[in-house]
Design a protein around this ligand. Structure first.
Ligand code: MN
Length: 503
């Protein structure tokens, strides 16, 4: 799924700082060098969007104007800044205080190597990032600007990779500021705390427009779907999955699959007509629907929509943003729930799953399409895709409303292949071990207030989520291999003060 905001955020503007003192000749070389850097970053093919070179900046008016232009340009996802020479940083105040796009400071130097035998004062004056970037860095710090500093030569693959991750986060922020979320049934699961939150606050801070829609409206849209379109969907299912015999052509539950196709098409139509990038459902309100739309949610997630069950709009939004951040990469993203545990000492595992709604983008093999009764909701037996998540590193992201601020919790996990078959489990599943280990990982997550729903990401890194959280002004808690529970407790305690001070 590609929405308008994703298509438009296709540029990073590259701003090079200098000053008039050096004279025409030097400034020409600065311009040529910085053009070369921009072209080199594009040619490396690592960044998700194009770097667009802008004329070298030597005065406050031009700096202010280019920052205002960046704000107004829908194609600009963020701004890269670099001081080739010294650039007195008071010149940057008017621009930086107005800039509303994500900002990265690329601390690099045109020349990789010192020309040991040739070095003279001309070289020294031309290649001044070492102190020009410190002058600039001071003003960014003095202004308390949220920005990322990437250090390294501009051809260094590691530095470029870091920049690419930041760019993915910037594109996700672009999407976030424009994200519309439809809540079918319009409510959270009754009495549940962690999936709730302040929707006005979320819109102010993150841009999310979260609104509820009657299930009757969706049911009407589902009823409008044509039989021909349903037939076409069924052909697609027949090809894409291994179908249980009851769901095959002529099978006794084929009709349930037809209805699931109708739901997928009706929901997709509803979402696209309203410009929604994410949605939630609730099994407590299915008026007018014959079955819980689980398979449809799986299918729509695979098409790029964010999803949250039981009215969980926060996780729905995170799933959508993770889909945007990982676009074009291998590896999937899914709505996920910490469901049940294996607690054998030293072999602890978390079994993640949901009633139905796990995205097949994370599957390690062709999913099977099965149909089973559902104990919750009291409706017709819903089809569902069943599979196991592919092994490897992954990240769980969840958002907790702490009252007055949102806390983004990101946990690194290692997904493993189950040692045993689970032939009676009628749902897709993922089996993982949190880092640094089960005990500390689970303890940290719970002490930080992380809920049971998360965006499970195979191809978004913790650093990319941290970049996104920082850009969005969220409190970010990362749980990884270096987790220290005492330090975490202090971090949580101190963040209460930090966020009160910030406000
Ligand atoms: Mn749930």
């Amino acid at each position: 799924m590609t929405r308008a905001s994703e298509r438009t955020a296709r540029e990073l503007w590259f701003l090079t700082g200098s000053q008039h003192l050096y004279g025409e000749e030097t400034l020409k070389r600065v311009a040529a060098n910085s053009m070369h850097v921009a072209a080199g970053m594009n040619d490396a093919g690592v960044l998700p969007v194009k770097v667009v070179w802008k004329p070298v900046l030597t005065g406050p008016d031009a700096i202010r104007d280019v920052c205002l232009a960046a704000n107004a340009a829908p194609e600009c996802a963020g701004v890269i800044t670099w001081m080739h020479t010294f650039s007195p940083a008071k010149m940057w105040i008017a621009g930086l205080t107005r800039l509303q796009k994500p900002l990265v400071h690329l601390h690099t130097q045109y020349n990789r190597d010192l020309p040991w035998g040739e070095i003279d004062m001309d070289f020294m004056n031309l290649n001044q990032s070492a102190h020009g970037d410190r002058e600039y860095g001071f003003i960014a710090a003095r202004l308390r600007l949220e920005r990322k500093v990437v250090v390294g030569h501009w051809q260094d693959p590691e530095a470029l990779q870091e920049l690419a991750g930041w760019a993915q986060a910037a594109i996700a922020l672009h999407e976030s500021r424009d994200l519309k979320i439809a809540r079918f049934g319009g409510m959270n699961m009754r009495e549940v705390a962690v999936t709730g939150g302040d929707r006005v606050e979320a819109q102010i801070q993150l841009g999310w427009s979260v609104n509820g829609y009657g299930v009757g409206d969706l049911a009407a849209r589902v009823a409008e779907v044509s039989d021909a379109d349903v037939d076409q969907k069924l052909e697609e299912y027949d090809e894409s999955y291994t179908l249980a015999s009851a769901l095959r052509r002529g099978g006794e539950k084929r009709e349930n699959l037809r209805y699931a196709a109708r739901q997928e098409l009706g929901m997709r139509g509803f979402l696209d007509e309203g410009g929604f990038g994410a949605f939630t459902t609730t099994f407590e309100d299915l008026h007018g629907l014959k079955q819980l739309p689980g398979f449809a949610c799986q299918r729509l997630m695979a098409q790029g929509y964010g999803f949250g069950a039981e009215g969980d709009w926060k996780t729905a939004a995170l799933v959508r943003l993770a889909k945007v951040m990982s676009a074009g990469r291998g590896g999937g993203v899914s709505f996920m729930e910490d469901y049940t545990y294996h607690l054998a000492k030293g072999q602890e595992r978390i079994l993640g799953a949901h009633m139905l709604e796990v995205c097949p983008s994370i599957a390690d093999a062709k999913p099977t399409l099965e149909v089973h009764p559902l104990d919750i909701g009291g409706k017709a037996d819903p089809p569902r895709l069943v599979f196991t998540a592919r092994p490897g590193p992954a990240v769980n992201a969840t958002l907790a409303d702490m009252g007055g601020r949102m806390r983004l919790i990101i946990a690194e996990v290692d997904v493993v292949t189950p040692e045993h078959a689970m032939p009676k489990l009628p749902t897709a599943r993922a089996l993982w071990i949190p880092r640094p280990d089960f005990k500390r990982g689970a303890q940290g997550w719970i002490e930080a207030g992380g809920g049971h729903h998360a965006a499970f990401c195979q191809s978004v890194t913790t650093e990319e989520w941290e970049d996104f959280g920082a850009m969005a002004g969220l409190e970010v808690i990362r749980l990884g291999a270096d987790l220290d529970l005492r330090a975490l407790r202090n971090e949580l305690r101190w963040n209460d003060a930090a966020f009160k001070v910030a406000r």
